[in-house]
Design a protein around this ligand. Structure first.
Ligand SMILES: Nc1ncnc2c1ncn2[C@@H]1O[C@H](COP(=O)(O)OP(=O)(O)OP(=O)(O)O)[C@@H](O)[C@H]1O
Length: 508
């Protein structure tokens, strides 16, 4: 192995390491910025999500490389341009104007090339939403979570066609831009060949050869050769440009208004207070002037039609959303079980501990026992250490209802570790009626002084609450106990009558 080969291997190792370090730092910064967002609503901003998608996978911008490869190529490019200086100096020593002319040529041709690359980048950045959409179809096709529907309903052809059609236009425009780029690069090559030919011909001129020493002549030939080699090596190296969508995304992430939102306030009091709260998604107000106080230990049920704003209220109470106007203050610690609670691919034990990692095993077992998760653990192949997902050795995929009891155990554990507010958004939708009643009673008994807010469509559970709120038209339309609301014969009474009737019909 020659010294040149060794140094090349060493250099590529160093470059690889630098790329890993930079991309690792970018990855860490993305995670840090996502975690630092004051509310979940910030993370839902389209601008933010697009930037994160490109940074996590440059393919979303149809780019081959991330920021790390771009930086390394940028350094290589600077060194390559620096390597052009000595040949130019040598050329100027033969004819003073050859150096500046060659420099002007290098810059002009480089500029031409850069311009095309910038155009391609701008095109790729502007097409990111369409590319994301196109990749969305591909993810459904290949993703594990959607595999069931794709097979059962034979959706592969339909999805594949949408994937192709969505990306066809993007592909067509990208190919056209790449063709233009190729033509420019070809013109750059020809330009360089022309420059080299002119200089060689001048050097070959007998009048000049006669006037120059043989060593200067040889140096000038070598200089033209070096100039040509260095300039040609530049053609086709696109890593700097390919990294630009990621650089652009990082800039968007850093300057996103979502980052500028102030921290969520958590009151030190024990009451939950909403004062004239309005919440709008974009310009569409979902809640409009909601005021509410919930005392410690109180059980409040929130009911309303689909889309009335119950989950939005849950997110405001848990601090995931900040109100568009008005104020929300809650106890310092709260815990929420969302409709779409997270199903971690972790063990049963870890899946419960996520709500209060500081909890001890006695607290964990008490919470688990209250909702029947101890029986579940006894049936699993590795007990508490069973991974709750198929695709792992001894891993088990739980049913919807079993998962829901795990989520409720998390909630109880959080309460036993001091959460002052528990929010359950459709907590028992997957449970059978008997289990639902038992679980609800257990939560009521074990939550200590925590206030409990429960969003639900099941009025059989709701009726046991201390207070029921009916959300309609963006406000609290009715509130009171089950008996009070039934007596007032308003919306709640109507809803209850409909559910009772359908139950009786089915029973009959
Ligand atoms: N992230 C979002 N962006 C835009 N609109 C949203 C978003 N989340 C909810 N909405 C809209 O806000 C309205 C209220 O939604 P929300 O989920 O709070 O209703 P809900 O009462 O919980 O409904 P359901 O009973 O069906 O669960 C709906 O019209 C919904 O389309």
């Amino acid at each position: 192995m020659t010294a040149a080969e060794v140094s090349r291997a060493l250099l590529s190792l160093i470059e690889w390491r630098v790329v890993q370090d930079i991309d690792g730092a970018v990855h860490d910064e993305v995670i840090r910025r996502v975690l630092a967002l004051p509310t979940a609503a910030c993370a839902e901003s389209v601008d933010f999500q697009e930037a994160v998608a490109v940074l996590r996978s440059p393919a979303y911008a149809w780019s081959d490389d991330g920021i790390g490869a771009g930086v390394v190529s940028g350094v290589r490019l600077v060194l390559r341009y620096a390597a052009l200086v000595p040949p130019m100096v040598i050329l100027s020593s033969v004819r003073w104007w050859w150096g500046p002319t060659a420099a002007a040529g290098v810059l002009a041709l480089g500029w031409l090339r850069e311009r095309e690359w910038r155009g391609l980048n701008a095109l790729q950045i502007s097409m990111q939403p369409v590319i994301r959409h196109g990749y969305g179809w591909a993810e459904i096709l290949a993703g594990r979570s959607d595999a069931k529907e794709v097979r059962v309903f034979g959706l592969a052809d339909w999805l594949g066609e949408h994937h192709r059609v969505t990306l066809r236009d993007v592909l067509g425009r990208t190919v056209a831009a790449r063709r233009r780029l190729l033509r420019t690069e070809l013109a750059v090559c020809l330009g360089w060949i022309a420059v080299a030919v002119v200089i060689f011909m001048s050097l070959a001129d007998p009048a000049m050869r006669g006037g120059e020493s043989i060593s200067r002549f040889a140096a000038a030939v070598a200089a033209v050769n070096a100039l040509f080699t260095v300039a040609m090596a530049n053609v086709g190296s696109d890593a700097v440009e390919a990294a630009m969508p990621a650089v652009h995304a990082m800039r968007r992430l850093r300057t996103s208004p979502a980052q500028a939102e102030p921290e969520t306030d958590r009151s030190t009091g024990t009451d939950v207070c909403l004062s004239k709260v309005t919440y709008a998604y974009g310009t569409r107000a979902v809640l409009n002037g909601v005021s509410l106080t919930i005392r410690p230990g109180e059980v409040v049920a929130v009911v309303g039609a689909n889309g009335a704003g119950k989950s939005t209220l849950a997110k405001l109470l848990s601090g995931q959303y900040r109100p568009t106007s008005g104020t929300v203050s809650t106890p310092p610690a709260s815990y929420v079980v969302y409709q779409d609670f997270v199903q971690h691919e972790l063990t049963l034990l870890e899946n419960i501990l996520v709500s209060a990692p500081e909890a001890d095993m006695a607290q964990l077992h008490e919470a688990a026992r209250a909702v029947g998760v101890d029986h579940l653990a006894a049936k699993l192949p590795r007990g508490w250490d069973t991974t709750l997902a198929s695709g792992y050795r001894d891993g088990v995929a739980l049913s919807g209802g079993q998962w829901q009891t795990v989520a409720l155990a998390r909630c109880l554990l959080a309460a036993s570790c001091g959460a002052g507010l528990l929010i359950l958004d459709e907590p028992t939708a997957h449970l059978d009626v008997e289990t639902e009643l038992a679980v609800f009673e257990q939560i009521r008994n074990l939550r200590r002084d925590a206030a409990l807010v429960m969003m639900s469509h099941r009025l059989s559970t709701v009726r046991r609450a201390d207070r029921i709120l009916v959300i309609a038209d963006g406000r609290i339309a009715e509130q009171g106990t089950h008996e009070e609301l039934m007596t007032s014969r308003g919306r709640y009474a109507q809803m209850f009558a409909v559910q009772a009737e359908s139950f009786e019909t089915r029973a009959g």
